[in-house]
Ligand binder design. Sequence first.
Ligand code: F6R
Length: 625
Amino acid sequence: MCGIIGYIGAIGTDSDDELDTDGGAAVSGAPTASVGDIVHEGLRNLEYRGYDSAGVAFVGPTDGLTVAKRSGKVDGLLVPDVPDATHGIGHTRWSTHGPPTDANAHPHTDCVGDVAIVHNGIVENHETLKRELSDHEFTSETDTEVIPHLLEEMLAEDTDADLLTAVQRVEDRLEGSYAICAVREADDRIVVARRGSPLVVGRGENASFVASDVTAFLEYTRDVTYLEDGDVAALEPDGVSVYHDGEPVERGVETVTWEADAAEKGGYDHYMRKEIHEQPESLRQTLAGRLDLDAGTVDLDVSFPPGYLADVEEIQVVACGTSNYAGRYAARLFEELSGVRATVEIASEYDVGAGRTPDRTLVVAVTQSGETADTLGAVRRANAAGARTVAVTNTLGSTVTREVNETAFIRAGPEIGVAATKTFASQVATLAMLAVAIGRERGALGAADARTVLQNLSGLPGAIQQVLDAEATVREAAKEYGDSEAFFFVGRDLGVPVALEGALKLKEISYDHAEGFAAGELKHGPLALVTPETPVLAVLTEGACADETMNNVTEAQTRGAPALGCVSSGREYDTLDAAFSVPDVGIVEPLVANVYFQLFAYHVANQKGRSIDKPRNLAKSVTVE
Ligand code: F6R
């Protein structure tokens, strides 16, 4: 996945403003805001989407088109000084076609350096197109580079055509998913196109923006338009024209309510730690206005058609990684609270399955980004089979929301750290509400039982705050055990997905070997790995068969493993080497235990000086299958 940004406008270039010595224009009380600064800053905000190469292209009356790009992180890019640039585009890359080299970095240009484009997504028919363009000079191994050469062809064939017309024509030739942002030396607009990859337009005063994500330009405007698949748009300083199938169309303007500082580190060393600490607040946001504790009902702001949930025979959850573990937690809740058979599938492995009744099957796609290709693929297979589809996502306007029948937003706010933390908690909370909604509609869950679940949910933010207040004890444990050879996380029932998630978190940010197991499985094989150098971390809470799990932990302790446990208040396991107290919140206690695991992973990785927010080889959103 990649991040793209475009900016055209006159922020800070008021007639009263003097150009500062760096070439930018100073505005009192506002940041210096040259085109270069805005595009560069936007790239920094987008770096979470990919960070192996970066590049920019600026257009200005003196120098025409100026392109700079290189492999490496955004801060390593020397942004050229183009004082009179009127507009510019930028790109931060996570490689899919061709390794992260300077040549493969975006922007890509045509043979004569007249057009430059940045691209997110994959042009699936690039090999065919490249063969057609055999008389063009290609300088990279990317799929993207066919686009500027196609533009060059279009513009040469029809000399009356402008960049907008050329992009509209090129768009018809491309197969796959993409978001494109193009500039041309002789054109005073930025032209963008979207099909299957996110693209949001920002509408400022005397300024227009476009980016993969609003966080890129939130500092300058909150008024945004989410482009639809197939849209092509032309950005000028005083407005944006959107076209679909060649015809002008109106797209609504929405106001983003996230605070700008929600996307900044807010005093923490790492976004991940900040986001772990945001959980009480993000969960309050997730739950806000959705629980009726007296009636024992929920309102998820999803307008399911009447009867949509009542006659569902099976729920299939599809998701990847952390979202898959949230789905595993939920599958258990669906069975318990909704009385419906529920399964969870890794999205890339999903198939509706033989013997199913697709039109009575509810497929729940859980995806923080809403852009994960594997999950989108599963949704498309479910839709093709005739299943009912619901997305549980954090990202308004994301692709998944356009593919499913209904969407429930988890409202966790932007998550910048590559490792998912607060969104896991909000996913589970949202799915738990969905389980209650289905259970109530089907008559499988009485008001009193529903009330208990909703009370547990509303107790979550406070319970997690207590865990965060005890962070020092986890830091100590990380110091004591952090240099071990491997780490085993165990749990039962709702503790299993949390054990899996705990191990995933530790391995992805510390690069240590960590595995999650159903505690009962330890004795069926993994016990052979247990030594005094392999601490076992256990979920010993309500909803996780604490006593049975403790028996398995003891088996590991007998083989010398240190044992650390997250223990419900009111329980005591004296033989543990370290115990972390979990407040009483019923079936969501394992979710509280997970916060201890997040903190443990964070402190182990931090002590080792790892790149916590951007672990090696990983990207925040994986838009390739
Ligand atoms: C792990 C992590 C990944 C994602 C997975 C799915 O910390 O973040 O495992 O959970 O790539 O991403 P989404 O939820 O965006 O579909």
